[in-house]
Design a protein. Sequence first.
Length: 264
Amino acid sequence: MKLGLVGLPQVGKRTLFSLLTGQDGDKVNIGLAKVRDARFEKLVEMFQPKKETPAQMEFMLLPDMDTDASRNAETLKGLEQVDVICYLARVFEDDTVFHVEGDVNARRDVQALWDELILSDQIFVEKRLERLAKEKRPNDVQRAAKETELMTRMQTHLEDGRPLSQFDFSDEDQKLITSYPFLTMKALMVVLNVGEDQLGDDSLVQEVSKDFVDQGFKWIAISAQIEDEVSQLDDEERISFLEELGIEQPAMDRLTWLCYETLG
């Protein structure tokens, strides 16, 4: 199963990719991340197996999103290949790190991504309807009629701003679209990259997510900078550092488990 890591420039994607996979995001764009599960570590401690094989997930680091939707074809094409879309949105403030929109506004950035996913599916449906209207082969006319009826209903659904994950597909409908790359049918997880001074502030997730309650997104807040610092400490220093920050568990542990859970 594969997760696609995506976001605007300068939001911390490469740092997060490196923390998750141990790979340099400037050199590779695909890597495996171990699922960090305390239960697994406890079982290893109890039974002392000769070999330890934690669950793993594949992450794909996708090209930066552009504020100009017409320039995101490559990124959207990459999203077609993944099972879960993992969107990193910047919340931290730093005058030395520019934001392509001029200011930090995670709700706006998440909405922009969502609009693009909806639009991508709308365009696919429209093009598919155009091709179906031209179908003349006798053996395919009946199937084309069924698919046209389905696509028309899907088009109305998308025009209402609703994802196809909330569309009522019958078993027959599913067979008709099984090979189509609809992006709003994929699970979407939003990772808010916060600053050190914002750690533990649960209101951040609540504030950004309140406009997307009906979409069923998964949400988590992390500080990629802090996690990077934590990853470079030995076990004793790491525990002490986390205690000073009032953190019970590294965000990477929570993030990998949430990704795994999202994958089902």
